[in-house]
Design a protein around this ligand. Sequence first.
Ligand code: NAD
Length: 310
Amino acid sequence: MAEKIDGRSIAAQLDEKTKAQVDEMVAAGMHRPGLTVILVGDDGASQVYVRRKIKACEKVGITSTEHRLPADTSQEDLLTLIDQLNNDPQVHGILCQVPLPEHIDTRLVLRSIAPEKDVDGFHPVNVGRLSTGTGGIVPCTPLGVMILLQSVVDDFVGKDAVVIGKSNIVGKPVANLLLDAECTVSVTHIYTKNLPEIARKADIIVAAAGAPELVKGDWVKPGAVIIDVGITRIMGEDGKEKLVGDVAFDECQHAKAITPVPGGVGPMTIACLLANTVQAAKALQSEASKADHYADAPSRSMFTEAAPGN
Ligand code: NAD
């Protein structure tokens, strides 16, 4: 039987560390870390995500502020709000929930968030820092993937890793982080030929395709480690909705370790958002970072520091 990597418990451990860091900052006379979430429109799923993020902030002592704007908010008004938040010293993290209404240019809006407050790690400056190995804020889900891997992989150097999916928010940043950890990385996607064959060679498989149970048992070599990022909502035989990952979990029990869906990567994403907010708050308030915000390279070492046992 493969070891089940318990994302809920690892996320809870990370939250404890984050809370301890918040307490230390406040005790040292620094501003309490603050996260502002902007929600435009009334998309049901977005409202649920925002509520979860706000609640999670409370748990670790991060101050959270929510700006709910009507669906017909103009792009100019949204950019004005972001500009105010960029200049507000009490705000250390800004998150603009996507999707945004169609009349708003999402890329432009995400680029208007100051890179040092971009706790989602989507700003091109942070993407560039990540891909050149020069710090920056690491996007939450990829950071969570690395923390989960760290809990079961002793040594990344020279390992063969396969990333399935090449999106900007998951596949590409995960591939960059694995490269930085000295893995040999194959980044694959919908047009990749012989994907099962490529996967079979891998010591580490990160599946982020959004294709239910794509990765079959015979794609996985014995002893591999599998991180399943995929989440798809499907209708079960009992007529109830259920969440399915990208990996046929039951067929892959010859792996060394595997994340379940739900309860694997999912819980890590919000825990990493909180951790990123605290790192941003520290960096924004530290003297060194005024010369070079990234001097402390906030999130880069986080997946090693946050791994259980460290
Ligand atoms: P995306 O649609 O932007 O990208 C999917 C990628 O997978 C593309 O590069 C595509 O080429 C590739 N792909 C799709 N089907 C494939 C197939 N059959 N074979 C090989 N490659 C295939 O998706 P995304 O935003 O990167 O998200 C991927 C999955 O991860 C989704 O299920 C999403 O819900 C989930 N996700 C989970 C979390 C979390 O917190 N757990 C966060 C982000 C995304």
